[in-house]
Design a protein around this ligand. Structure first.
Ligand code: NOJ
Length: 590
């Protein structure tokens, strides 16, 4: 049992329960790294066209070094018609002119490495763009030809083949099949797309597809990248015969049959669809593991897999497969002490079993920002976008809880992901005009789901400049809310108590106390009033306490306060008071 927790003060009897010992494996950087997600369209624009780009990123790397992150993950910047913001790749070996050139990429990578920041790039292997050369060849070729066999083309059902080959629906809404017109103008076969119709699924049973992606991995490894985030890692292999399935799938949650999320983030039904989490995907990752192992420097693979339960997700990070998997069960857990404790336990247990680090994440480019989710009536619930007319989050309360949630997360052992702008406390843009929306979800769901544009709004760097300093021309591809003036980096930098400074101190302390490779022992019995719920644990010598309220928690006086997500009220004696929706880090006084 770690000894950090206060020998309990006389008026309480605390108990500690160890659930995760300090990691013996500490040499690989990714086991404990804090990784910052850059969404290139919206990070920083150097060219002035209103869309972020690689030179924009290079120009702002110092911000990330100062913040104290270990690595960045870049969402796709490859050649793409941008029907799904770059997750529709037309050429895996080139940079889209929107974002710059390969030389710009190399320059960014060199500068990042010089600042001790590693770089992970996005790999999108489940589908290409319809503008990929392979898809053009498939359309021009005959049914049954090798050119078609790189994708999943099938004849339609019914006498004239006018019905789709099966009942699957797209994750973005609408059918998962589109019928093509043959070169002679007659209606032809159908192709599968689990996402937009501009994103045809590849056939991973085809050895040519496998060889091609191994070469793509090598192309970027040779350039010096430190790893890959693998898009839809649980979707590449489909069940034999493509059997009918009428369930729906939604981003981040495991595919489900219409059940609603439970408090530990599990959707209950798990991934039952014949397109998800098939055994065959693991062979692919074993072969990629070998490719990466040929390179020096602990290169890594990160799975984006919406798989439940966590024990199932852990199969992606067995010792000879990927290195990390995003913990979406944590992200989708409600703001509730009991539910969070249970998902943290399940996460550590599942990953410890296979010797992989657990990851933690609260926001990314596919979900409503956690500063807004936590201000909703059901805090932490996950609507697919928020617009005018929808119930609006409480901005102040949401930010307060978001800061508490982030300090809780950064106190946990393992690796943590941050999404650009959360270090500023950015809320979701919840009043974006519907005619500005670009996410295909919005129109594919027939305007029932607003989708993800609200978390993708260009970042505010300086309060006084047009476009809040995002671009030299002031232009931004999505409009920014007026409230961004309050959140701009320049008004937060150096301002004690700002969200940015809270993040920065947290990252510094996390490093100083080696929390990433640390331990977790729950602490029960802290003196809280009867109505309040509290989550408390010790990681190495640091006590992390989150008070979910509604009352105030009083910590024993023999604790030294290290950090807090909010300014704390002063007690008459020396005690540390923790108000509702606040996290503190403390340790025993020397
Ligand atoms: C997951 C990505 O995060 C999301 O943005 C994208 O739309 C889908 N995969 C399809 O590539």
């Amino acid at each position: 049992m770690p000894s950090a927790l206060p020998a309990s003060p006389a008026d309480t009897s605390t108990t500690t329960t160890l659930v995760h010992a300090p990691s013996a494996r500490t040499s690989e950087w990714w086991r404990s790294a804090v990784i910052y997600q850059i969404y290139p369209r919206s990070f920083a624009d150097a060219s002035g066209d209103g869309i972020g780009d690689l030179p924009g990123i290079t120009g702002r790397l110092k911000h990330l070094a100062r913040l104290g992150v270990d690595a960045v993950w870049l969402s796709p910047f490859y050649r793409s018609p941008q029907h799904d913001a770059g997750y529709d790749v037309a050429d895996y070996r080139d940079v889209d002119p929107l974002f710059g050139t390969l030389d710009d990429f190399d320059e960014m990578l060199t500068k990042a490495h010089a600042l001790d920041i590693r770089v992970i790039v996005d790999l999108v292997p489940n589908h290409t763009s319809t503008e990929h050369v392979w898809f053009g060849q498939a359309l021009a070729a005959a049914a049954g030809s090798p050119d078609r066999a790189r994708y999943i083309f099938r004849d339609g059902k019914g006498p004239d083949g006018a019905e789709p080959p099966n009942t699957w629906t797209s994750v973005f809404g609408g059918p998962a099949w589109t019928r093509i017109t043959d070169p002679d103008g007659s209606p032809g076969q159908w192709y599968l797309h689990l996402f937009d119709e501009t994103q045809p699924d590849l056939d991973w049973d085809n050895p040519e597809v496998r060889t091609e992606f191994e070469q793509v991995l090598r192309f970027w490894l040779d350039r010096g990248v430190d790893g890959f985030r693998v898009d839809v890692a649980h979707g590449m292999v489909k069940a034999e015969g493509l059997p009918d399935w009428t369930g729906t799938s939604s981003m981040i949650d495991g595919a489900h049959e219409g059940t609603s999320g439970s408090e530990d983030g599990s959707t209950g039904a798990g991934n039952q669809g014949p397109m998800w989490d098939q055994e065959g995907v693991h062979e692919i990752y074993r072969s990629w593991h070998q490719v990466l192992a040929e390179y020096d420097g602990d290169r890594c693979l990160v799975a984006e897999a919406w798989v439940e339960p966590l024990s199932r997700l852990a199969r992606y990070v067995r010792p000879d497969e990927m290195h990390q998997a995003f913990n979406f069960s944590f992200l989708t857990t409600l703001w509730d002490a009991r539910a969070l404790r249970s998902v943290v336990n399940a996460s550590l247990e599942a990953n410890d079993e296979v010797g992989a680090p657990t990851t933690w994440v609260l926001s990314n480019h596919d979900v409503v920002r956690h500063a807004s989710r936590l201000g909703l009536e059901v805090p932490g619930s996950k609507p697919n976008g928020i617009g005018e007319g929808d119930p609006q989050p409480d901005e102040e309360l949401g930010l307060r809880r978001a800061r508490a949630a982030t300090l809780l997360m950064l106190g946990l052992p393992g690796s943590a992901y941050l999404y650009q702008g959360e270090e500023l406390g950015l809320p979701e843009h919840t009043s974006l005009a519907d005619d500005e929306r670009q996410d295909p979800t919005w129109w594919r769901s027939e305007h029932t789901e607003r989708g993800r544009d609200g978390c993708r709004v260009p970042l505010p760097w300086s309060a006084e400049e047009p476009g809040y300093g995002f671009s030299p021309t002031g232009s931004t591809w999505l409009s920014q809310p007026d409230s961004f003036a309050r959140y701009a980096l320049d008004v937060q930098r150096g301002t004690p108590g700002s969200t940015y400074e809270v993040y920065r101190s947290a990252l510094r302390l996390r490093r100083e106390f080696s929390l990433g490779t640390g331990s977790l022992a729950w602490v029960d019995g802290l003196p809280a009033d009867a109505e309040s719920t509290v989550l408390a644990f010790v990681n190495r010598e640091v006590l992390v306490v989150t008070n979910f309220g509604p009352g105030t928690l009083r910590l024993p006086a023999d604790l030294e306060l290290l950090h807090a997500s909010q300014d704390l009220p002063l007690a008459e004696d020396d005690a540390v008071l923790v108000p509702a929706d606040t996290t503190v880090w403390a340790r025993l006084r020397a």
